[in-house]
Design a protein around this ligand. Structure first.
Ligand code: PEP
Length: 248
């Protein structure tokens, strides 16, 4: 049995003061022993967020990191900077990073390997544009994204990564994939993990759906066989997130 994992991707929202207020508001609402709950805040709020969630079931994640240990990389954040302050997860390869900051599958792979080396759990995002979906190349594209992202990741480590299927046309648009559409791709992701590793890894790896998840659609999406939770943007910034986490 895979434990559900529901992560809030706060993106570039909330100042540290606002972040603390939101954490205090959400803390009692997101209690659920059956779900791993993760808040991915902006970098400048991570220290505060780790401290503020110590007495709760919430773990903290970053939204990105660099793949070098240290050095002349102005503006970047190294993995040990995250682990030292108690960050457990890191979102990698979000479509917004791919689109606005030029992240390729190869860059995502380097980040995945470095995150694992430091004991961070990567939440690896993949997904297609509407145009790609209409061309019928969704599954091929996602298979490539996953294969490249996991290149050289050892079997024991692969079991612990989180994969997030996020159709780009559903992110922040209010347009959700139907539960069937989401399940079809999440099942294809599990299949590619099985091909690259084996059934044991495929059964262990957790696959999230992301794209306009909210209190109204979480139950149906999370009931699908290959969907083990969600990566949630907009709805993670409000009390609604409590309902998403307690979707049952
Ligand atoms: C996201 O940013 O990963 C996301 C899925 O956003 P939203 O829930 O707002 O569509």
């Amino acid at each position: 049995m895979r434990k559900m994992i529901i992560a809030g991707n706060w993106k570039m929202n909330k100042t540290p003061r606002e972040a603390l207020a939101l954490i205090e508001e959400l803390k009692p609402l997101v209690k659920n022993d059956d779900v791993d709950v993760v808040f991915c805040t902006p970098y400048v709020s991570l220290v505060l967020a780790v401290e503020a969630t110590k007495d709760s079931n919430i773990e903290i994640g970053a939204q990105n990191m660099y793949y070098e240990e240290k050095g002349a990389y102005t503006g970047e954040i190294a993995p040990n900077m995250l682990t030292e302050i108690g960050v457990k997860y890191v979102v990698l390869g979000h479509s917004e990073r791919r689109e606005y900051f030029g992240e390729t599958n190869e860059i995502v792979n380097k980040k995945v390997l470095k995150a694992i080396e430091h004991g961070l759990i990567p939440i690896i995002c993949c997904g297609e544009t509407l145009e790609q979906r209409e061309q019928g190349i969704t599954v091929d594209l996602i298979r490539t994204q996953i294969k490249v992202a996991l290149k050289d990741v050892a079997k024991e480590d692969a079991k612990n990564v989180v994969l997030a299927y996020e159709p780009i046309w559903a992110i922040g648009t209010g347009k959700t994939a139907t539960s069937q559409q989401a399940e079809e791709v999440c099942a294809a992701i599990r299949q590619v993990v099985k091909e690259v590793y084996d059934e044991e890894v495929a059964n262990a790896v957790r696959i999230q759906y992301g794209g306009s998840v909210n209190a109204g659609n979480a139950k149906e999406l999370f009931a699908m066989e290959d969907i083990d939770g969600g990566l949630v943007g907009g709805a993670s910034l409000k009390a609604d997130f409590g309902k998403v986490v307690n979707y049952k």
